[in-house]
Design a protein around this ligand. Structure first.
Ligand SMILES: C[S@@+](CC[C@H](N)C(=O)[O-])C[C@H]1O[C@@H](n2cnc3c(N)ncnc32)[C@H](O)[C@@H]1O
Length: 217
């Protein structure tokens, strides 16, 4: 199938507008500043955060798992969209990132009972979670670190719930069939598994570094 030409308004100007449209709270701005001082990949762009919030709201999310808490920015966006009694479970393999996420949630006035921060990798932590018990699972870490756990992550999502994975368009290599670097290979595995899963309806949203979304039918 041939690709359509990009519509007017897409590209950098469209992306900048989408980020401006997604107004971040003071707590989010503080979390972004704190995250910028940490080593490691940057937090999600405002437009991606806002999309995560919309997805959380659209599934009436009460329970969300976030793989790769980072400094808590995506968590704050998710909490904005979740029900007021919802609980966000966020895990990260870096204690410094978890500390930053804890500070971000406290600084934004999030009641402590609404977040559960867990140190560990998906492989270590997933066995503790109940299959089918989550309205949404969000992955923002490097795909190599959870590609082999994708089945387990999908099992967490209830029928009608949503999986969102951020970063697949970073570097523009996924569409390049000759690209063989480990991150691109991991993204290919993830996108193929999601697209071929008949229990999922999926799409790629070209916002931020690319958001793969899939809803369990
Ligand atoms: C892009 S950052 C997350 C940004 C965050 N979601 C936000 O928007 O604020 C990716 C995070 O994944 C974490 N991470 C990377 N590999 C991991 C692994 N194997 N297990 C758990 N966390 C991991 C990193 O420590 C980092 O904090």
């Amino acid at each position: 199938m041939s690709a359509h030409p990009p519509p007017p308004g897409s590209g950098p100007e469209g992306a900048a507008y989408a980020d401006r449209f997604a107004a971040e709270s003071d707590g989010m701005a503080a979390a972004r500043e704190r995250a910028a001082r940490l080593p490691g990949p940057p937090p999600v762009e405002p437009a991606v955060g806002a999309t995560l919030a919309v997805l959380a709201a659209s599934v009436g999310a009460r329970s969300v798992v976030s793989i790769g808490s980072g400094g808590g920015l995506s968590g704050l966006w998710l909490l904005r969209g979740m029900r007021r009694d919802g609980v966000l479970t966020a895990l990260d393999g870096d204690p410094e990132q978890l500390r930053a996420a804890r500070a971000a949630f406290a600084g934004a006035g999030v009641p402590s009972g609404r977040t559960r921060l867990i140190f560990g990798t998906p492989a270590e932590v997933l066995p503790r979670f109940s299959p089918g018990a989550y309205d949404m699972v969000v992955c923002t870490g490097p795909p190599r670190d959870y590609a082999d756990q994708l089945g387990g992550l999908l099992d967490l999502v209830r029928v009608g719930g949503t999986l969102a994975c951020h970063g697949l368009l970073a570097g523009g290599r996924i569409a390049d069939r000759t690209a063989r670097d480990p991150q691109t290979v991991a993204w290919r595995e993830i996108t193929r598994a999601v697209r071929e899963n008949e229990d999922l309806t999926s799409a790629v949203l070209p916002i931020g570094e690319g958001l793969l979304v899939a809803t369990r039918r």
